[in-house]
Design a binder for this molecule. Structure first.
Ligand code: AMP
Length: 224
């Protein structure tokens, strides 16, 4: 009996900037997405291509779904991918920097906190973040001792209520920091989103994935 090949492709995305910035890339591949995850609340969204569906996930779960093959490919920020690979190394192929959802990972403190002096004096710094790996590497490279406090969100609050001296977070316009009386004092790295692909999907069903990968590649070059 002839084996039937599964042509269906599952793309994992997160809501917000990554979803919005991915729509023009899909359009480049002639694919339209009829529903907005913000409005419909659906977690599986169909597209104009009957073989392509989209999963709406929390950003930090995107690499996990792709690594375990529940999604063939996904789009995730470099910030998220660094943390993921520290926890669950291997299994992900990262073919394209899509240059979307750009921002930067930065250290921020209260406006009245003298970061430079504290760092110069060699005092310990309490740093709250969800980006444990990047934060550890950044301060280790500077030779600054830190106490790391793991948070899952609303990092800006930590310095305001005395939980931490500094935070490490992604910053785009800087409006959120400003609204909370914080300032960015050091950039750690520029961040953009990358396409990640499940290695087995690429090996076994690469022929179905390739047109989408090519379209993403073309669209990324066009939008640069
Ligand atoms: P901002 O534009 O700096 O006020 O950013 C608003 C909030 O959105 C910040 O708290 C960030 O955590 C988050 N944010 C901004 N840009 C991104 C991005 N590209 N990916 C994920 N989160 C982001």
């Amino acid at each position: 009996m002839k084996e039937t090949v599964n042509k269906n492709i599952t793309l994992a995305l997160s809501k917000g900037r990554i979803f919005e910035d991915t729509l023009p890339l899909l359009e480049e591949a002639g694919i339209k997405v009829s529903e907005s995850p913000e409005k419909s609340r659906k977690l599986i969204i169909q597209t104009s291509d009957p073989n392509l569906r989209i999963l709406i996930l929390r950003a930090s779960d995107v690499p996990t779904y792709v690594q375990y093959g529940a999604a063939d490919l996904g789009i995730a920020g470099k910030d998220v991918l660094i943390e993921h690979s520290a926890q669950q190394p291997g299994g992900l192929y990262q073919p394209i920097d899509l240059n979307i959802a750009r921002c930067r990972l930065a250290v921020a403190v209260r406006k009245d906190f003298n970061y430079k002096d504290v760092v110069k004096q060699g005092s310990r710094l309490r740093v709250a973040t969800k980006y444990i790996q990047s934060t550890r590497e950044h301060f280790a490279a500077k030779g600054v001792h830190i106490d790391l406090i793991k948070l899952y969100g609303s990092m800006e609050l930590a310095p305001l209520v005395g939980l931490a001296d500094a935070i490490v977070d992604v910053v785009s316009t800087g409006d959120t920091l400003k609204a909370n009386g914080l300032v960015a004092v050091e950039d750690i790295m520029p961040i953009s989103s990358r396409l990640v692909v499940n290695q087995a999907s690429l090996k076994n069903r690469g022929v179905f994935l390739q047109p989408l990968l090519d379209a993403f590649s073309r669209a990324t070059n066009l939008h640069e």
